[in-house]
Each structure stands twice: as structure tokens, then as C-alpha cells.
Write a protein that binds this ligand. Sequence first.
Ligand code: ATP
Length: 458
Amino acid sequence: MPNSPYNLIIADDDSTIRNLLSIKATQHGFRPATVSNGQEVLEMMKDHVDVVLLDLHMPKMDGFHCLQELSKSHPLVPIIILSGENDASSAMKAVKLGAHDYITKPFDLNLLFTTLRNAKKYSHIQRENQSLKDSISPAATSTDVIAYSAPMKKLMANAKKVAHLDSSILLTGESGTGKGVLARYMHAQSDRADKPFITVSCPALPRELLESELFGHEKGAFTGALKRRVGKIEAAKGGTLFLDEIGDLPIDLQPKLLNVLQDKEFQRIGGEQTLPCDVRIITATNIDFKEKIKNKEFREDLYYRISVIPLELPALRTRPEEIIPLSEHFLKRITLQRGSPSIVISKSATKKLLQYDWPGNVRQLENLIERASAFCEDNQIDADDLVGNIDSPSNSDTTTNSLAGKTLAEIEKIAIGQTLDLCNGNKAESARTLGISEKSIYNKMNRLNLTPTTKTQL
Ligand SMILES: Nc1ncnc2c1ncn2[C@@H]1O[C@H](COP(=O)(O)OP(=O)(O)OP(=O)(O)O)[C@@H](O)[C@H]1O
């Protein structure tokens, strides 16, 4: 029997089968909920669901259709098809659409519940694998960081010098300048290179989840803490923890991080044991800490702790000689990934790329090149393929002048709207670019009645 009951949805239009399965599921240690059609399954998925048992023939939305939807919206929730037909082509179709297993009626109840339990265990392992893949980025090698300009060369030399030290590093610079890529480079250059490199983006999670993500929790520490969870500080053991947008670390979590940095120890949430931690911490920010410290939103003592070695990433507009090498670097990566012929940049496109001042820095350039590479003809990017707002310098006098006379709310709307456009509607990225939390951008978008597609021309 599972330690805590798995939430099981039983979907069958036959009420006798539904009720029987529900009683038996409870006896086998599941927490069942019953529904009679596919549409109801989709509605139930708003709650936490561990596994779904799906009949094929149901009114409103049949099993196949429902399976198709679930495979898209909840790819990690295992779905077992229960069918009246012992038909190989239906079974094949179900598996192709993402079903974990296909069981035909009449079925052996013990076998059915063992299958359900195993499916859940399998998906749990898949989920853990996925989260490991997401959090442990491949360590960068020096060739991944393009550095042609004098300021970048100097920065890379300094980064290399301090990479093997355990002192905490604070990477500053505008959004998209390459702080994440430099953090990975430093990890790859350090003695910790063969240990994990783990990234946590501070604004990406609500406070409670962030605390558990960083420090882990003990079983029963709070409602829903069904078992012990190892946090990223522990998971990064021996390696590097990269805390992105550290300025957004909630004030009440700051003493806990200070403890990690000062005393090299921490406690899991709800834990009594103080655990040692062996992790190198690199943090990044694109905000000015002075304001945060003045407003008591960031502890001064923590700021000094995280910024033992500050390294600043220059904005792309201050190193235009890197625009073309970076573009070529991205094109090489893209064509390699696609297995397509190399793509060159025409003279007219080069001119256009060099004329722009790149407020979204390297990330904006990367996105633009990727887009252009998808649309260009004859393996050459021409000026016309560089679609986006890059025809005139973004901070030109015209732009500044046309802001004059507008209310602050209008200016805010323009700034948020254009940043959303710049980041292809990605709210997390836009929030980072604007130096605000993800929660703030949602609030502001609601208040200003903005959607990423709202036209925000001056
Ligand atoms: N010097 C560089 N060489 C190669 N790629 C780079 C370089 N700088 C940035 N990039 C690429 O540009 C993109 C943005 O970089 P990154 O995420 O490191 O920026 P960032 O400063 O951390 O941004 P944010 O503050 O928004 O988190 C990434 O895909 C990264 O690989």
C-alpha cells in the first residue's frame, strides 16, 4: 500500500463499475474520485491527481479524446486505459497517444491496482529526472562565452582568476547580458566542476515554495509535506548554487541564507538538526541594491556577504564588436541543432544589427537571430529577415521626446508592453528585464489592462 493514498480518478460511464472500482480502490489504499465522462476528468485535473483510470467509451468526451488532452496538459500523470475491447489497434492507438497501460475488461482487481501503483511510481521517477534535468544545467565551457571586446576579455580573465575560490560572487548587469552563462562558466572552471551546478530563480516561486526549494523540508513540516524533501542547497552539495535575481529573495528568508554563507550550515523546514553545507554560492541581480537596502527590503549584512567579489557584465551596446560574433555563434548552434546547412549574415543585415542599441542585450539578439534563421531564404539572413523593433535605436531622442506629456501610468504601460513584446510575451523574462517581481508584472498587467499582444506603439 502507498504510504499516503494516491489520488486516483476513475472515469467510466457505467455507474456499477465506477462504484465497485471506487470501493476496491479505497481498500487498496487509494483516494478515488469518480466521474462519468472525459470532460469531468479535465475539470478534476485542477486538483492534485496522481493517476487516472480511463474508460474508452464515454459520452461528451470519449477516452481517446480525453487522453489526448491529458497528454498535452499533464504529461507526467500516468493514464491507464480500461477498455471493453481486446483490440490491438485501440491498444496501440492509446499507447501512441501517451497511455501508460491498456487493460481490458474483465480484469483482475489485484493486477489492476498493482498496475496503477507502478504507473504512479514510474511517473514519480520521471518527474524527479525531469526536475533534475531542469535544475542541473550543463556546465559551460569557455567556448560557450563569446568575449571579443576589451571589457569582456577583462571580465573573463577576472572570472577565471576567482573561479576556483570559494568566495561568494555577485554578478551584476542588465538583463540578458550573460550573468547566467558566466556563472556556469565559473563553475566549469572551478574545482567543483564535476559536482552539480544548480540554479534557483528567486522571483519564480512564491515565498513558501522558495523556502522549501532552497532549504528542503521534513515530513509533516506543513500541510502537504507528505515526505522529506531535499532542497537545492543540499542537492548542490560539493558544487555551485546560482541564485538568480537575488534582490527578490524575501526579507524573512534572508537570515537563513546569511546563515548558509556565514556558518556554512542550515536547517530543513520543520527540522531540528543543523546540517552542514558545502556549496559555492554565486548570485546575480540587475537591480541597484542601494534602494532595496534603504527601503529595508534587503539586509545590508547579507549584501556584503554575497558581494565579496562583484563582477559586472557590460551592456551589449557598450561592446558592439561582439554583436556579429555573437550572432554567428547563435547561428552555428541553431544549424547544428537542426542539422541544417550553415546560415550567413548579409551586409545589409550586419549594418542593421550594428545600428541598434540592444536594450534587451544578448538575449534579445539571440531571440532575433533565432527568429530570422527560421524565416530567411537561401541560407542567408537579410535586413528584411530581422523583424522586430530594431529599425531605430530604442533610446533615441524621438522615443524620449514622445514620452513627454504622457502620464506616468501611460509611460508604465508603454514600458511594460514593449518589454513584453521584446520578450515574446514571456512574463517571467519581462519581469526580470524590468527589474520587478513576476507577481508585480501580473498585477501591473491587470491594472493597466495589458496583454502581451496589446500594441504598445508610442
Ligand atoms: N557572452 C556570451 N556568449 C554566448 N552566449 C551568451 C553570452 N552572453 C549571453 N549569452 C546568451 O544570452 C542569453 C541570455 O543570457 P543570460 O540568461 O546568461 O543573461 P542574464 O544576464 O542572466 O539575464 P537575466 O538577468 O534576465 O537572468 C542566454 O541564452 C545566453 O546563453
